[in-house]
Design a protein around this ligand. Structure first.
Ligand SMILES: Nc1ncnc2c1ncn2[C@@H]1O[C@H](COP(=O)(O)OP(=O)(O)OP(=O)(O)O)[C@@H](O)[C@H]1O
Length: 414
């Protein structure tokens, strides 16, 4: 192959890998604050006021930070400004304390810091409306956008937001940070992630995928419901288009819901680039559906593959241009798990999980299992696996007590 072609291919692969989060973490700082969300450079570290330009253009990152802080520092304002939790190309995300609720709760407001980013935020509002009620997608609490009229102006939300320019989104606060931060912590500690935690993460990712195939389109008061495959309903697929490890975040523990009583649920965020799959791929048919869903599978299992790499504490970059490995007679891109000798290298890994990932990442989407089937397998694993399922030498790290300690160390107290 000509060197220039190799270089071009390498660039494409690196771009893809960066997108997936393989390289991103090196350039990021962690906030290291208890419950601190966000992994974006420059957030909430130094005293914010001193770093911002007071004469900044109102529609610039500094200008938006200043106007947000000022607005929510008003004396009668029930939402109290806390800090910036995220900053990106789009704009800023600021944490607010809602003093009216009992006990007081927290929400995040996302505002664009560039004119060009306003359209993406409007798109995100449009998309988030479709996901109302989805347990594994970020939930919007309120918003303002001309296209949809003023915020859902009930007495609760309208008044505190008066005077704040749209578009903006008010959303639930995901207090335990991103999958990427979690991954970094695990890598640094060279820790093995228990199988039952991996299964729980896998189930969340599958449920998120179902939400993207059948967005619930709930009302503004819709309670969150666990995603299931609706029998006989054709999917209405939305492609996320930016599903990297920084855009998957941890929510909270839910003692009343078995699935999340030990491990917090994951939520997909940042729907600014989400788009209908059919717009990209022409008229919808089942092949298109499978293909676009297959692509989402790949993003999702890329995230999971990163997690699985923790088991060997391998922090290097993935090999490029690799031949696929073979799993159950199919070519798979889950190479790390299925290349020769991988089973001996990951002796603690639940074989059913290894096989499921191998099949989900089959290179040919026609070889991938049906969504209903992977959901069933993951649900059953989360429901029925206890420490007793695992060989005696690995059992200790799979007990409820060990998992609680793991979650406390790497998520709750991190
Ligand atoms: N609801 C939330 N709760 C806690 N932190 C959040 C929330 N929403 C966003 N963040 C933080 O802000 C960061 C940026 O948010 P988001 O991904 O929505 O913006 P973006 O500029 O579109 O990002 P990207 O660079 O991934 O495209 C997130 O990575 C996260 O750290």
């Amino acid at each position: 192959m000509a060197p220039s072609l190799i270089r071009a291919l390498f660039k494409i692969e690196k771009l893809k890998a960066t997108r997936r989060g393989w390289f991103r973490s090196k350039n990021k700082q962690r906030t290291n604050q208890p419950g601190g969300a966000g992994g974006v450079v420059g957030q909430a570290a130094a005293p914010e006021q001193e770093n911002w330009d007071p004469n900044a253009d109102p529609l610039s990152p500094d200008g938006i930070k200043i106007s947000t802080r000022r607005h929510f520092q008003g004396r009668d304002q029930p939402f109290k400004y806390q800090r910036i939790v995220g900053e990106g190309i789009y704009g800023i995300a600021a944490l607010l304390h809602d003093t009216r609720s009992q006990p007081p709760s927290k929400v995040v407001i996302k505002r664009p810091s560039r004119r060009e980013a306003q359209a993406a935020l409007r798109q995100e509002i449009r998309r988030l409306r479709r996901f109302r009620g989805a347990a594994h997608v970020l939930q919007m609490v309120s918003y303002r956008d001309r296209d949809f009229g003023d915020p859902e102006r009930d007495a609760d939300w309208g008044r505190p937001m008066t005077g704040l320019d749209g578009p903006f989104i008010v959303m639930e606060y995901l207090e335990m940070g991103s999958f990427e931060q979690f991954w970094n912590r695990c890598i640094q500690a060279r820790v093995r992630v228990p199988n039952r935690v991996l299964w729980s993460i896998m189930l969340c990712l599958i449920r998120g995928l179902i939400a993207f195939a059948w967005p619930p389109r709930g009302s503004s008061l819709q309670a969150e419901t666990i995603e299931r495959v609706p029998p006989g309903v054709r999917p209405d697929i939305l492609a996320h288009n930016d599903l990297h490890v920084g855009n998957i975040m941890f929510g909270s523990l839910q003692p009343d819901i078995r699935e999340h009583s030990l491990v917090p649920q994951l939520k997909i965020i940042d729907l600014g680039l989400a788009d209908s799959a059919e717009q990209k791929q022409g008229p919808r048919d089942w092949d298109n559906f499978n293909e676009s869903l297959g692509q989402s599978f790949k993003y999702i299992t890329d995230s999971l593959q990163i997690l699985l790499r923790l088991i060997t504490n391998w922090a290097g970059n993935p090999p490029m241009f690799q031949q696929p490995a073979i799993c159950s007679g199919f070519e798979t891109d889950a190479i790390l798990l299925w290349e020769d000798g991988a089973d001996q290298r990951y002796p603690r890994l639940d074989e059913a999980l290894r096989r499921l990932i191998g099949r989900m990442m089959a290179r040919n989407f026609r070889d991938r299992p049906l969504l209903e089937d992977i959901l069933y397998i993951a649900e059953e694993a989360v429901r029925t696996r206890t420490a007793d399922h695992y060989p005696s030498e690995y059992r200790r790290e799979e007990t409820d007590t060990s998992i609680r300690a793991f979650v406390k160390r790497f998520l709750l107290d991190a």
